[in-house]
Design a protein around this ligand. Structure first.
Ligand code: NCD
Length: 281
């Protein structure tokens, strides 16, 4: 898929297929990279970014909305604020559902592009020391990525967060069941020197009930050129984006930063591949 995009050779492997993108929550990258991927494999797209223009605004249930779009599309890509909403939608759907983020639950397609990005730097997943920093509790990208890495054989996980934003027990248990080992700390500087892949996340403002609590925590970790001086020479710094101050702009030029060019472009290739896998079964 990468070759098809980079050589601009184009493909119509999914010509005649239609993909519906139903986004109940804001999105820049996930939505646009799906639409880009859909176009690049020759399929058609129904695009609803924000559901206010659909019958959802009239009070239609998720169940009915999913059934409706299943009549018009061959697969539905859905982002929704409720955890487990994708599983619920899948139960009621005539067509496959791709989870593009369900509340503070999971974000599996981000995990695929993240794993692909990591793999191009560290081909052996089992040898990687992986660390996540920030909002481990509410960040759905880190939940899915950590689980996927555990499935792929990664053994060493470090989660850096304040006590109140700790990784959910369910994810820690999942990793341990796969034979992984989990260390949880509050300070980034004390562990960064041992890390191969550092995955920074945004404190998820929209998941807080109390704005004051968010304000207290939002700037807890800020990665600057000084932070990067403590890191290994071949570490990679990842972030699903958007960032709201967790990584300063000066860090963008560090060759270890992969969040702009690599993660974002890889999102298109992996989503093209995923659509092909699902729709040519
Ligand atoms: C993330 C998300 O929506 O979960 N963004 C993304 O899809 N790349 C991360 C975030 O919003 O912090």
């Amino acid at each position: 898929m990468k070759k098809i995009v980079l050589t601009k050779s184009g493909t119509d492997i999914l010509k005649g297929k239609v993909v519906a993108c139903l986004f109940y929550e804001p999105s820049s990258r996930t939505f646009s990279s799906f639409v880009s991927a859909i176009n690049r494999v020759g399929a058609g797209a129904i695009q609803l970014l924000g559901m206010q223009s659909s019958s959802v605004a009239k009070g239609e249930t998720l169940e009915d909305t999913i059934r409706t779009f299943g009549c018009y599309a061959d697969v539905i890509v859905m982002r929704h604020p409720e955890t487990e909403s994708a599983a619920f939608a899948a139960k009621h759907s005539y067509v496959p559902i791709i989870n593009a983020g369900d509340g503070k639950g999971e974000h599996p397609t981000q995990a695929l592009l993240d794993a692909y990005t990591l793999h191009s730097h560290f081909p052996d997943y089992s040898k990687v020391t992986f660390a996540g920093v920030g909002d481990m509790k509410n960040g759905r990208t880190i939940h899915s990525f950590a689980k996927l890495l555990a499935n792929l054989g990664t053994k060493k996980f470090i989660f850096v967060s304040p006590e109140v934003l700790k990784m959910p027990e369910e994810v820690v248990e999942f990793i341990k069941k796969k034979g992984g080992e989990v260390t949880e700390v509050e300070g980034l500087n004390e562990v960064i020197g041992n890390v191969d892949v550092l995955y920074a996340t945004r404190v998820q403002k929209e998941r807080f009930e109390n704005e004051e609590e968010y304000e207290k925590l939002k700037n807890k970790y800020i990665i600057t050129p000084d932070t990067m001086k403590l890191a290994k020479k071949d570490m990679i710094l990842m972030h699903p984006l958007p960032r709201v101050g967790e990584i300063t702009n000066e860090v963008d030029n560090d060759p270890r930063s992969v969040y702009i060019r690599e993660q974002m472009t890889n999102g298109v290739y992996t989503r093209m591949a995923l659509l092909k896998l699902i729709l040519t079964k």
